[in-house]
Design a protein around this ligand. Structure first.
Ligand code: ADP
Ligand code: TYD
Length: 209
């Protein structure tokens, strides 16, 4: 895929860590500061990928094997890249994406055995690009889980993972961040919404400057 001139920012973290709340706040703040912003999410973000979203997030927990899920999430991501992300980057926009490939690395890569290598192979074959900057919203899974459960969404196939797996994913995200310090910034997500938003905006302004 071509190398575009905009900025590609992803938000990552376990369920209920405040990504969607902060992505909206950041998009509004950057627009006010004069940036052209596209706020998008995964799975989804293009009409075709939103259809795949319903397939992967609704229904029984055992509806798909982990391997089939990797294919479905990657198919959704490819469509999202082709139709939403790359055109926006080529037009010089700031793309804020609520979850991206690191979520597949953690959720499908860890949830049913170690499938990380498969996730990475398919990623390099079909996507081949990482965000320019990834903000990791880090917090204790016990607290974020209670937030996510209160939200009571129908897109909940993954929200009933046990506490052990949420802890493993938190550790896995931190390990990814430690391995790629250039790309990642860790945000302490266990604070008041306004404090996190201020922190997030200053990280972004430094990155965009
Ligand atoms: P995510 O997108 O990471 O799953 P959300 O932004 O949807 O997280 O937040 C999950 C729930 O927690 C929502 O009901 C949201 O209003 C609430 N929430 C978000 N950030 C905070 C915060 N800093 N403190 C308390 N509640 C929060
Ligand atoms: P979403 O509504 O974004 O959840 P949240 O607001 O809690 O982040 O739903 C996304 C769910 O899909 C979430 O539980 C994580 C999961 N997911 C994967 O398993 N693999 C992926 O590649 C992506 C992007 C998400």
């Amino acid at each position: 895929m071509t190398s575009p001139k905009g900025r590609f920012i992803s938000f990552e973290g376990i369920d209920g860590s405040g990504k969607s709340t902060q992505a909206k706040r950041l998009a509004t703040a950057l627009e006010r500061a004069g940036y052209d912003v596209v706020l998008t999410r995964e799975p989804g973000g293009s009409p075709g990928a939103e259809e795949i979203r319903a397939l992967v997030l609704q229904g029984d927990t055992d509806r798909w094997s982990a391997e089939t899920e990797i294919l479905l999430f990657t198919a959704a991501r490819r469509d999202h890249m082709e139709r939403t992300i790359l055109p926006a980057l080529a037009a010089g926009k700031v793309v804020i994406c609520d979850r991206f490939a690191d979520s597949t690395r953690m959720y499908q890569g860890l949830s049913r055995g170690d499938l990380r290598a498969l996730v990475d192979q398919l990623h390099s074959l079909m996507i081949g690009r990482e965000p320019d900057l990834t903000l990791l919203f880090d917090m204790d899974p016990d607290v974020s889980h209670s937030r996510a459960v209160e939200r009571d969404s129908i897109d909940s196939r993954f929200e009933n993972f046990g506490a052990g797996l949420q802890k493993a994913m938190r550790a896995g995200f931190l390990e990814l961040a430690a391995g790629e310090p250039q790309r990642f910034r860790i945000i302490d997500a266990a604070r008041e919404i306004d404090a996190i938003a201020a922190d997030t905006l200053s990280v972004l302004k430094a990155h965009l400057a």
